[in-house]
Design a protein around this ligand. Structure first.
Ligand SMILES: [Zn+2]
Ligand SMILES: [Zn+2]
Length: 274
């Protein structure tokens, strides 16, 4: 089994990289990666503080690679793209000798500032009011444009939770199947596919009870099938008991839609991440 989207105490996770690796072995995984939140050029409560701390994080993973040769261990980061602000993904890749990067948008930027779509619902609504005057369509559109700009400008392997903008929406502002939303998501997925970026299907919102579906949800699975978009299962684990959490539900959905053949296989990972 494969699990590549995982966090540790170097960012906002509960366990050290070593503990995560040891548990991956206990849970019989074959391919395991850590993808700490990359540093951003301002302080947050959830990202790796700076490049020096990122180097320590990588050193700890490298020790694990030597100590646990039977598990295929990969060095990654979940890097935020913020137009005009975030560090280039290549900088992290080269400095830290990463095997892979998960490209992510949690911070949506416009002229008035940054809307943080993750975290508690109060912050989500406050940001929507402050930066978009409660115009959800404009904010949502900016989120997807920012993801597409990331696909255009940065070099990365996996696209993170690509409809996470819906997390605190709860159908209050838009229905996920509305054309206005679907078109933006479809454009994003097509672009990911053209750029050979794998699209993760992330189970975290579902098992945390924060969202009623995967990111992205099953409403888009028939499109994924039609366009033959490569997908990868992610639990976005922030603790040892989360590294494959939600995978059995996801496997069920994948088989119901008949898209098993689109799931990235171990050989593809070994080839691309070597
Ligand atoms: Zn994320
Ligand atoms: Zn994550």
């Amino acid at each position: 089994m494969i699990s590549l989207h995982n966090h540790s105490t170097y960012c906002d996770g509960k366990n050290s990289p070593t503990e995560m690796l040891q548990d991956a072995i206990k849970q019989s995984l074959t391919h395991f990666g850590l993808s700490g939140h990359a540093p951003v050029p301002f302080e947050t409560e959830w990202s790796i503080k700076n490049i020096d701390v990122a180097r320590e994080y990588i050193t700890e993973i490298e020790k694990g690679i030597i100590e646990y040769p039977d598990l295929k261990i990969y060095k990654g980061l979940e890097a935020d793209y913020i137009p005009g602000k975030s560090y280039s993904f290549d900088y992290f890749r080269e400095d830290l000798k990463l095997n892979y990067i998960i490209g992510s948008v949690h911070l949506v930027r416009n002229n008035s500032g940054i809307w943080f779509i993750d975290g508690p619902i109060e912050g989500y609504d406050r940001g929507l009011k402050k930066h978009y005057d409660k115009n959800f369509m404009a904010a949502m559109s900016q989120y997807y444009q920012q993801q597409m700009e990331m696909l255009e400008k940065e070099n990365f392997e996996i696209l993170a939770h690509c409809d996470k903008v819906l997390m605190h929406n709860n159908k209050r502002y838009v229905n996920e199947s509305d054309d206005a939303h679907l078109q933006l998501l479809k454009d994003t997925l097509k672009m990911a596919s053209e750029k050979n970026v794998w699209v993760e299907i992330n189970t975290r919102g579902l098992y945390k009870g924060l969202h009623q579906d995967f990111y992205p949800g099953t409403y888009i699975f028939s499109f994924i099938k039609k366009e033959k978009i490569k997908i990868i299962k992610s639990a976005d684990g922030h603790a040892t008991d989360q590294i494959i959490k939600g995978f059995s539900e996801l496997d069920k959905a994948i088989s119901e839609f008949g898209i098993e053949d689109l799931v990235v296989c171990p050989e593809e990972i070994e080839e691309r991440f070597s």
